[in-house]
Design a protein around this ligand. Structure first.
Ligand SMILES: [Zn+2]
Length: 350
């Protein structure tokens, strides 16, 4: 069946000039054709480079009103079990949990920078796990999420989530010590408008923590067009550390901290993706989100494999994962990792 999205696209695609959020230029040069190598959206796009500042974008640019059709047609919805969310959030505090996050590179999320007593807003909060974690770390948590399916989870877990956009100006009486965007800014057609709108939501010394893929990372240079974080057409902007700093300054923020963090699980997926040959319009089995019932491991293999063999397999997997973690922590030390975490404050210098 032809998805409804096809009509949306034939009406509007190709009419939106990509505008560079870093320098405002509309002049750019195409680098190469790109397409959805995960979920099978059939359209072809271009990766383009801004002629003035070098920022990379997906072109043609998607308009805000096209996103609903694109995501509901192609983007798989993750299966959420609220009991599992609560259990995961209960393990967030303590030095052991912090060490584990650092080692696995899963500390690439803004909510882990929260302090007790702070009021936090997570934009694009998804299932709400980040809000539960912030609460477990002693903060008050608010979220904004575009996916209407999240309202059921929010009700069940008694979370303060606004279904919609930050431009709806939800929670009008609340100012925030911390506003978080985890892997969200690269999906927003006009990220500068988002930065501008957030200024009036921060407390005077409030912090904005933005986490996004680093398009100049070592894994990108190794993987080239097969880098998993091009993630076209969902990722509209492909920032690196220098470009993002210029972008933030253009919108009146100063960078108070910037570092790279590489989740080891991303690298596992990257190594698998290097062996794939994606085809436009065909969903890639590697990225399929399986129903919960199918995720439960089959007992068949355990009947065939002895416990000794299973132990060896487990040890090999553990050793491989640990080696990747060690490698990633080293490249993060050099600022070459796969995702960038930036902490911003409003620039009040004269
Ligand atoms: Zn530019």
């Amino acid at each position: 069946m032809q998805p409804e999205y096809a009509t949306i696209q034939s009406r509007a695609f190709g009419q939106n000039a990509a505008v560079c959020p870093v320098c405002g230029s509309t002049e750019h040069t195409s680098i190469r054709p790109v397409f959805d190598d995960r979920y099978g959206c059939p359209d072809m796009f271009s990766l383009v480079r801004c002629n003035v500042c070098g920022h990379l974008m997906t072109s043609p640019a998607l308009a805000e009103e096209e996103l609903g059709g694109l995501y509901s047609t192609y983007y798989p919805r993750k299966h959420v079990n609220t009991a599992e969310l609560v259990a995961a959030a209960s393990e967030v505090a303590g030095s052991w949990a912090r060490l584990r996050r650092w080692w696995n590179g899963t500390n690439n999320q803004g909510q882990y920078t929260v302090s007790p007593g702070w009021v936090m807003l997570d934009i694009g909060c998804g299932s709400g796990l980040s809000l539960l974690e912030a609460q477990a770390l002693g903060a008050q948590a608010y979220g904004i999420e575009a996916d209407p399916n999240v309202s059921r989870i929010a009700d069940e877990l008694k979370l303060r989530v606004h279904i919609g956009s930050l431009h709806d100006r939800p929670f009008p009486d609340v100012s925030f010590d911390l506003i978080v965007l985890n892997q969200v800014i690269e999906h927003i057609p006009d990220p500068g408008m988002a930065l501008d709108a957030l200024k009036e939501r921060l407390k005077p010394m409030g912090r904005l923590v933005i986490v996004f893929p680093n398009r100049s990372s070592l894994w990108q240079r190794i993987s080239g067009p097969k880098w998993i974080n091009w993630h076209v057409p969902y990722h509209l902007h492909h920032f690196d550390a220098k470009g993002f700093r210029a972008f933030a300054q253009r919108h009146g923020y100063r960078v108070i901290r910037q570092k790279t963090i590489t989740p080891t699980i991303w690298t596992v997926l990257q190594l698998r993706a290097l062996h794939q040959t994606p085809v436009p319009g065909v969903p890639n089995a590697m990225w399929e989100v399986k129903p919960v019932a199918e995720v439960v491991p089959s007992t068949k293999t355990s009947l065939h494999a002895s416990s000794f063999v299973r132990l060896i397999r487990k040890l090999v997997r553990w050793a491989a994962f640990s080696s990747l973690s060690l490698f990633n922590r080293l490249i993060d030390l050099l600022g070459q990792g796969d995702s960038i975490l930036v902490e911003l404050q409003i620039d009040r210098s004269p």
